[in-house]
Design a protein. Structure first.
Length: 237
Protein backbone atom coordinates (compact mmCIF):
# COMPACT_ATOMS: atom_id res chain seq x y z
CA UNK A 1 0.00 0.00 0.00
CA UNK A 2 1.47 3.41 -0.99
CA UNK A 3 2.39 5.59 1.97
CA UNK A 4 1.04 9.09 2.34
CA UNK A 5 3.87 11.59 1.80
CA UNK A 6 5.43 12.63 5.07
CA UNK A 7 4.75 16.30 4.30
CA UNK A 8 1.02 15.57 4.10
CA UNK A 9 1.06 13.70 7.41
CA UNK A 10 3.01 16.53 9.08
CA UNK A 11 0.47 19.03 7.74
CA UNK A 12 -2.19 17.30 9.87
CA UNK A 13 -0.36 18.34 13.03
CA UNK A 14 -2.53 20.62 15.16
CA UNK A 15 -0.16 20.85 18.12
CA UNK A 16 0.96 24.28 19.27
CA UNK A 17 3.12 25.11 22.28
CA UNK A 18 2.49 28.15 24.52
CA UNK A 19 3.94 31.43 23.21
CA UNK A 20 5.63 29.81 20.20
CA UNK A 21 6.54 32.00 17.25
CA UNK A 22 5.43 31.36 13.65
CA UNK A 23 9.09 30.70 12.81
CA UNK A 24 9.27 28.02 15.49
CA UNK A 25 6.08 26.33 14.29
CA UNK A 26 7.23 26.29 10.66
CA UNK A 27 10.60 24.81 11.63
CA UNK A 28 8.99 22.31 14.00
CA UNK A 29 6.60 21.06 11.31
CA UNK A 30 9.50 20.72 8.87
CA UNK A 31 11.32 18.70 11.54
CA UNK A 32 8.19 16.59 12.03
CA UNK A 33 8.35 15.66 8.35
CA UNK A 34 11.91 14.44 8.82
CA UNK A 35 10.92 12.54 11.98
CA UNK A 36 8.21 10.71 10.03
CA UNK A 37 10.75 9.85 7.32
CA UNK A 38 13.20 8.64 9.95
CA UNK A 39 10.50 6.43 11.50
CA UNK A 40 9.83 4.92 8.10
CA UNK A 41 13.51 4.38 7.41
CA UNK A 42 13.97 2.68 10.77
CA UNK A 43 11.04 0.38 10.02
CA UNK A 44 12.47 -0.39 6.57
CA UNK A 45 15.83 -1.31 8.11
CA UNK A 46 14.04 -3.53 10.66
CA UNK A 47 12.16 -5.24 7.83
CA UNK A 48 15.41 -5.91 5.96
CA UNK A 49 16.98 -7.26 9.14
CA UNK A 50 14.08 -9.62 9.73
CA UNK A 51 14.35 -10.82 6.12
CA UNK A 52 18.02 -11.84 6.39
CA UNK A 53 18.74 -15.36 5.10
CA UNK A 54 19.66 -17.99 7.71
CA UNK A 55 22.99 -17.15 9.31
CA UNK A 56 25.85 -19.49 10.03
CA UNK A 57 25.45 -22.25 12.56
CA UNK A 58 27.42 -21.85 15.77
CA UNK A 59 30.79 -23.70 15.66
CA UNK A 60 30.23 -25.15 19.13
CA UNK A 61 27.83 -25.01 22.03
CA UNK A 62 29.88 -22.50 24.00
CA UNK A 63 30.34 -23.01 27.75
CA UNK A 64 29.79 -20.23 30.30
CA UNK A 65 29.67 -19.90 34.06
CA UNK A 66 26.59 -18.28 35.59
CA UNK A 67 24.81 -17.90 38.89
CA UNK A 68 23.45 -21.44 38.58
CA UNK A 69 26.76 -23.00 37.60
CA UNK A 70 28.05 -24.15 34.24
CA UNK A 71 25.77 -23.52 31.29
CA UNK A 72 25.84 -23.72 27.51
CA UNK A 73 24.76 -21.24 24.87
CA UNK A 74 21.91 -23.55 23.92
CA UNK A 75 20.60 -23.45 27.49
CA UNK A 76 20.46 -19.66 27.51
CA UNK A 77 17.49 -19.72 25.14
CA UNK A 78 15.20 -21.24 27.76
CA UNK A 79 11.81 -21.56 26.07
CA UNK A 80 12.55 -18.74 23.59
CA UNK A 81 13.69 -19.02 19.98
CA UNK A 82 15.81 -15.84 20.03
CA UNK A 83 18.80 -14.97 22.22
CA UNK A 84 20.56 -11.60 22.53
CA UNK A 85 24.07 -11.71 23.95
CA UNK A 86 25.94 -8.53 24.90
CA UNK A 87 29.66 -8.84 25.55
CA UNK A 88 30.80 -6.09 27.90
CA UNK A 89 34.30 -4.75 28.35
CA UNK A 90 35.29 -6.25 31.67
CA UNK A 91 38.28 -8.42 31.02
CA UNK A 92 40.73 -9.59 33.69
CA UNK A 93 43.09 -6.76 32.72
CA UNK A 94 40.53 -4.18 33.92
CA UNK A 95 40.23 -3.01 37.50
CA UNK A 96 36.71 -1.76 36.79
CA UNK A 97 34.27 -2.37 33.93
CA UNK A 98 33.90 -0.03 30.98
CA UNK A 99 31.59 2.87 31.98
CA UNK A 100 29.92 2.89 28.54
CA UNK A 101 29.14 -0.83 28.73
CA UNK A 102 27.94 -0.36 32.29
CA UNK A 103 25.58 2.45 31.27
CA UNK A 104 24.12 0.20 28.58
CA UNK A 105 23.59 -2.72 30.94
CA UNK A 106 22.08 -0.34 33.53
CA UNK A 107 19.28 0.48 31.10
CA UNK A 108 19.01 -2.97 29.59
CA UNK A 109 18.58 -4.57 33.00
CA UNK A 110 15.43 -2.55 33.61
CA UNK A 111 14.12 -3.13 30.07
CA UNK A 112 14.87 -6.85 30.37
CA UNK A 113 12.00 -7.29 32.78
CA UNK A 114 9.71 -6.77 29.80
CA UNK A 115 11.96 -7.93 26.96
CA UNK A 116 12.47 -11.34 28.56
CA UNK A 117 8.81 -12.05 27.90
CA UNK A 118 9.68 -12.23 24.19
CA UNK A 119 13.38 -13.08 23.89
CA UNK A 120 16.22 -14.48 25.97
CA UNK A 121 19.03 -12.11 26.94
CA UNK A 122 22.43 -12.44 28.58
CA UNK A 123 25.54 -10.38 29.30
CA UNK A 124 28.94 -12.00 29.15
CA UNK A 125 32.47 -10.91 30.01
CA UNK A 126 35.91 -12.42 30.33
CA UNK A 127 36.21 -11.68 34.04
CA UNK A 128 35.61 -14.34 36.65
CA UNK A 129 32.07 -15.05 37.75
CA UNK A 130 32.80 -13.70 41.23
CA UNK A 131 33.93 -10.34 39.83
CA UNK A 132 30.75 -10.19 37.76
CA UNK A 133 28.58 -11.05 40.74
CA UNK A 134 30.28 -8.42 42.89
CA UNK A 135 29.71 -5.74 40.26
CA UNK A 136 26.16 -6.90 39.67
CA UNK A 137 25.45 -6.39 43.36
CA UNK A 138 27.11 -2.97 43.29
CA UNK A 139 24.96 -1.81 40.36
CA UNK A 140 21.77 -3.44 41.59
CA UNK A 141 21.22 -5.42 38.40
CA UNK A 142 18.42 -7.93 38.89
CA UNK A 143 17.05 -9.27 35.61
CA UNK A 144 19.86 -9.84 33.10
CA UNK A 145 21.86 -13.07 33.48
CA UNK A 146 25.59 -12.31 33.83
CA UNK A 147 27.93 -14.96 32.50
CA UNK A 148 31.67 -15.47 32.63
CA UNK A 149 33.39 -16.75 29.50
CA UNK A 150 36.26 -18.53 31.30
CA UNK A 151 37.74 -20.30 28.27
CA UNK A 152 37.33 -17.32 25.98
CA UNK A 153 36.07 -19.52 23.17
CA UNK A 154 32.89 -17.50 22.67
CA UNK A 155 34.78 -14.21 22.86
CA UNK A 156 37.44 -15.27 20.35
CA UNK A 157 34.77 -16.57 17.97
CA UNK A 158 32.25 -13.75 18.05
CA UNK A 159 33.95 -10.74 19.65
CA UNK A 160 37.70 -10.63 18.99
CA UNK A 161 39.93 -13.32 17.54
CA UNK A 162 42.75 -11.82 19.62
CA UNK A 163 40.64 -11.97 22.80
CA UNK A 164 40.80 -8.18 23.01
CA UNK A 165 38.69 -6.30 25.56
CA UNK A 166 35.95 -5.20 23.17
CA UNK A 167 32.15 -4.83 23.28
CA UNK A 168 29.88 -6.78 20.97
CA UNK A 169 26.20 -7.50 20.51
CA UNK A 170 24.95 -10.66 18.80
CA UNK A 171 21.54 -12.16 18.15
CA UNK A 172 21.12 -15.91 17.76
CA UNK A 173 18.11 -17.96 16.71
CA UNK A 174 17.07 -21.53 17.38
CA UNK A 175 14.91 -23.25 14.78
CA UNK A 176 14.19 -26.98 14.71
CA UNK A 177 17.00 -27.54 17.19
CA UNK A 178 19.61 -25.68 15.12
CA UNK A 179 21.24 -22.56 16.57
CA UNK A 180 22.34 -19.98 14.06
CA UNK A 181 23.80 -16.52 14.18
CA UNK A 182 21.18 -13.98 13.08
CA UNK A 183 22.62 -10.47 13.39
CA UNK A 184 25.47 -8.52 14.95
CA UNK A 185 26.35 -4.86 15.33
CA UNK A 186 28.96 -4.42 12.58
CA UNK A 187 29.50 -0.65 12.34
CA UNK A 188 33.16 -0.20 13.23
CA UNK A 189 34.94 2.97 14.29
CA UNK A 190 36.26 3.56 10.77
CA UNK A 191 32.64 3.82 9.55
CA UNK A 192 31.88 6.89 11.68
CA UNK A 193 30.80 10.08 9.95
CA UNK A 194 32.98 13.20 10.40
CA UNK A 195 32.43 14.96 13.70
CA UNK A 196 30.33 12.15 15.15
CA UNK A 197 31.07 9.69 17.89
CA UNK A 198 31.29 6.18 16.43
CA UNK A 199 28.02 4.36 16.91
CA UNK A 200 25.72 1.94 15.18
CA UNK A 201 22.10 2.02 14.14
CA UNK A 202 20.09 2.36 16.20
CA UNK A 203 22.14 3.04 19.30
CA UNK A 204 21.09 0.31 21.77
CA UNK A 205 21.52 2.60 24.79
CA UNK A 206 18.46 4.84 25.43
CA UNK A 207 20.77 7.31 27.18
CA UNK A 208 21.86 8.74 23.85
CA UNK A 209 18.32 8.98 22.52
CA UNK A 210 17.39 11.02 25.58
CA UNK A 211 20.28 13.40 24.93
CA UNK A 212 19.33 13.63 21.24
CA UNK A 213 16.07 15.28 22.35
CA UNK A 214 17.92 18.19 23.96
CA UNK A 215 19.34 21.42 22.47
CA UNK A 216 22.91 20.40 23.20
CA UNK A 217 22.51 16.88 21.86
CA UNK A 218 25.22 14.31 22.47
CA UNK A 219 28.14 16.13 24.10
CA UNK A 220 31.38 15.50 22.26
CA UNK A 221 33.39 15.73 25.49
CA UNK A 222 31.29 13.59 27.83
CA UNK A 223 30.89 9.88 28.48
CA UNK A 224 29.16 8.01 31.29
CA UNK A 225 31.04 7.31 34.51
CA UNK A 226 30.74 4.54 37.03
CA UNK A 227 30.21 7.07 39.83
CA UNK A 228 28.97 10.65 40.04
CA UNK A 229 29.39 13.04 42.94
CA UNK A 230 26.80 15.57 41.73
CA UNK A 231 23.98 16.13 41.22
CA UNK A 232 22.50 13.71 43.75
CA UNK A 233 19.88 11.24 42.63
CA UNK A 234 16.32 12.45 43.03
CA UNK A 235 14.14 10.13 45.07
CA UNK A 236 10.43 10.19 45.81
CA UNK A 237 9.62 10.13 49.49
Amino acid sequence: MPLTPATELAAKNTTHQPNESPEYRAARNALLTEEIELRRKAERVAELRRALPPGGGIPEDFAFEGANGATRLSQLFGDKDTLIVYSMMFGPQRDRPCPMCTALVDTWDTAARNALQQVAMAVTARSSLQRLKDFQKERGWRFLPLLSDPSGNYTRTYVSAEDADMPAMHVFTRRDGTIRHFWAAEMSFDMADPGQDPRGHLDPDPLWHILDLTPRGRPADWYPKLDYTAPPLTTIR
